[in-house]
Design a protein around this ligand. Sequence first.
Ligand SMILES: Nc1nc2c(ncn2[C@@H]2O[C@H](COP(=O)(O)OP(=O)(O)OP(=O)(O)O)[C@@H](O)[C@H]2O)c(=O)[nH]1
Length: 799
Amino acid sequence: MRSHGSASSGTISSMAGFSQSAPGQVPAGSTDHGNCPPPGLQHQRPGKYAVNRQRTRVPILIRAFCVLLLGLFCFQAISEYLSSSITLGVVIQEDGSKVRIIAIRDNSPAQKAGVPAHNTLKAINGHAIQSVLDVTPLLKETRGHSVTLTLDQNQISRDILVTPGVPANYRSLVLNFLILVIYISIGIAAIKASGIDSRTRQLAWFSFAVALDITTYINISYWPGSQILYIGFKQMLAVLQFALLFHLLSMIPKPAPWMKLPYMPAAIYILSLSFHFLWFLLGFNIIFPGSRIANLSRFVIDNNVSFISWGLIVFCVLVYQYFTAREPKGRQQVKWILLSIIPWIILQLSDLFVPNTSWVYSDWYALADKFTHMLLPVGILATIFSYNLLDLSDLFPRKFFYSLLATAVLAFPGLAIVETGIYVSNQINHNAAIWLSSLAMLALGYTFSPLRDRLIQLLEGRSWYKQHHLGRDLRKLAEELTDMDGLEEIERQLTSRLASLMHSQGVVLHLNPGLPDSRASYGSKEEPVACWIGLNSERICLEDLELSRLLAPLHLGHPGETNPLLRKLYRHGLELIVPLHLHGEHLGTLMIGRSLGRHRYSWRETELLNLFAQNISAKFANALLHSQLQFDELTGLYRRKAILERLEQCIQDYRKTAQVFSIAMIDLDDFKMVNDRHGHLEGDRILIRAAATAREMLSKEDRLGRYGGEEFLLVMPGRDAKGAAWLCEHVRWAMEDLQHQDGSATTVSIGIAEIREASDNSLSLEEQAMKLIALADKRLYKAKAEGKNRISYELPVQC
Ligand SMILES: Nc1nc2c(ncn2[C@@H]2O[C@H](COP(=O)(O)OP(=O)(O)OP(=O)(O)O)[C@@H](O)[C@H]2O)c(=O)[nH]1
C-alpha cells in the first residue's frame, strides 16, 4: 500500500487510451476489461477483507449504568415524597457554631407562619440546634405535627409555631425526568456513533455525568449517612462535568491549541478534581480547621465561585473557538453552543450579583435552573446534529419520534382543556391532574396519526431534514459497500448511488495506480463527466492537479479561483473533489458533478461527503491490498493461485449448471533463446507485451493468468473445445505481430482441453482442475513436438 501514496500518476485521461501501462499496472486504455482486475475480483471470498463497522452496539456496562440512573431517579422520587412531609421551607447555613436561616422559600410553611429570614435558628421544640445536621432528625421525630422554632432575632428569642409539610414537588420531578431522558438519549446516541468522531465519545461521557448529577439530587438529610460525603461527591461530580465540558468544547469545531499539548486532557481532569478536592477538605474544616484559607474555601463553595469561574472559562473557550474557527460551519457550530450556554451563565452570575438572596431559593430560580439545564444539551445536540454525526432515527423509531412531537403539539391546547376540566370539578388534586393529562396527551399524540403524518410531511420536506437524511443514507451506503464483494461492483454501486443521493450530474471515482482506473456514473449529461476523465479532446491530467496533496474536500467554482485547470473543470460541470485517505495515505478521489437542482452543495453536504469518504477509504485500501495479492506484478495477469481459483469456480458452475468451458495452456516458444540472445530485460518486455496482446483478444468472461515463467493459463467460460480453438488461433496469430529486437516474430504453442473430456464428479475441485490442466499440458507438448507455433485440441466425441 505504501508505494501508491507517492505514485499518483494515474491520469484521468487514461480511460481515453492515453495511458502507458507501466509494468505491474493494468493498462486502463482498454474498454474491454476481459482480464483487467475488476471482473476478476467479482469472486472475492465474502468476509475475507471485511472492514470494521463504525457503529457500535451500546456496551453492557453503559446499559447497566442507564438502569442504575433510572433506579436512582426512582429513589429521588421516593425521597421527594418522604421529605416533603417534613419540609419547613427554610434555607439554613452554618455560621461558626450557629445555624442561620438565610432564605425562606416561596409558599412554604415557614413563609405562611411568618418566619423571617436572616435569623439564627436556636432550637426546635426546645432542642438546641448547633449544626445543620441536627435539624432533620428533630423534624422526623415530630412528623405530621407542628414544631416550635426558636429564633434569635437581635439577641431576642422568639418562638414561632410551624406545621411542616408541602405537597411533593412532582413538577420538578417531571422536569428532572425530562432532562434525564434527554441526557441519557444523547449519551446513548453518542456512544453508538463514537467510532466516527472522538467528540461524540466526549459528549457521551459528559451526558452521562450530567445524568448522574440529575438523579442524585436527593434530600440526603432525610436519610441516615454522611452528609459531608454526599456533598463531597456532588461537588466532585460537578467539577467532573465542567472538566468534561471544557474538554468537549475545546474540540469543537477543531481541537484548540492547548488540547494538542502532551498529556493536556489528563492534566485537565487531574488538576481540576484535585484542586476542588483540596477546597472541599479546607471548606468543610477537614484540614486546617478555622484557618483563613479554610474560611476562604468555604466562601468559594458557598457562593459557587468555582463553578461560576468554570462557566466563565467555558464561555471564554467558546468565544476563542468562535473567533478562531476558519470555516463558517465551525463558527455556526460554536454559535449554537454559545447561545445555549449563555442563559445558564447569566443565571449563575445572578447568584453572585443579585443582592436579594431569596431569589436563588425562589420557585422562579428553580424553574429557570431546570430550563437552562435543558438548553445546554439541546444546543450541543443541535451542534452535533449539524455535524450529522448522530442519527436520531437510530435512537427512536421514526413514527415514535413523530408521535412524541405530535403529543407536544397537542399538549398546549389539550393540557389547558383537560386540566381545567379536572381542576374545576375539583375531583382530583393539581399534580395528579398534570400526570393524568400528560398521559392522555401521550396516548392521543401516539394514536392521532393524521397530525403525525402531517408533521412528517412538513418536517421531512425541509432542506435541513433532507441533509440529515443524506447523512443517514451515506452512512448506509458506506455500510453496504463494506459488505460488498468485487471491486467493480463496489465502484458501480458507489458512483451510481452517490450520484443519485447527491442529485448530481455524475460521480467519478478515481483510484491510484494499482487499482483499476476511473469509473464514472453518468447522470443526465455524459459530456461534462467525459471531460473530467478525459474522454473528449480536452485531455486533463490528474498529475497537474496534484490531488495526492489534497487533504480536505475541494469546492470548485469560487469567484476568486486562480487555478485555470480547476476553473475549467468547474465550467465542465465538476463541483466537488473529495480525497480518499487512509492513515495519511492518498488512495484516490471522489469527483462529484454539479447538482441537477442547480444549487451549490452546502458546507454540510461537503462535510457529509468528507465523512463518507473517510468511512469508505478503508474499503478501498483493502481492495488495493487484495488487488496486489491477486495480480502478477510483471504482467498484470492473475497470479497462479488466483487463476486456479477462477478455474475451480468454473468447475463448480459446470457441476451445478452444466455450463461448458475450456482451458488453454499457452507457452512462448524458444523463450530461453530470447533471454540468451537479448537479455532478461528484453525477455520481460516480450512477456508483458505477450500478456497484453493475448488479453486484447479475449472477451469479458475469459480469464488469463500467469501459470509459471512464460506459461499462461487461459480459462474460457461458455466456450467448448471448438470455440476455444477458434479464440486461441486468433491469439496465436496476434502473437506473430509481436516482434523481437532482431525482427523475428513471437510464437506460441497452445494446448486446449474442454471440461467434458476430463469431467469426473468424484474428484475434488482441485483434483479436477489438475486433471484438466494435465490434459491441456499434454496437448501443449504435443504442439511443441509437432513443430511449435500451433494449437492442439480434440473435439469431444458426441454420443
Ligand atoms: N525474462 C524472463 N525470463 C523468464 C521469466 N520466467 C521464466 N523465464 C525464462 O523462460 C525460459 C523458459 O525456458 P524453457 O522452459 O527451456 O522453454 P523455451 O526456451 O521457451 O523452449 P520451449 O518451451 O521448448 O519452446 C527460461 O530461460 C527462464 O529463465 C521471466 O519472468 N522473465
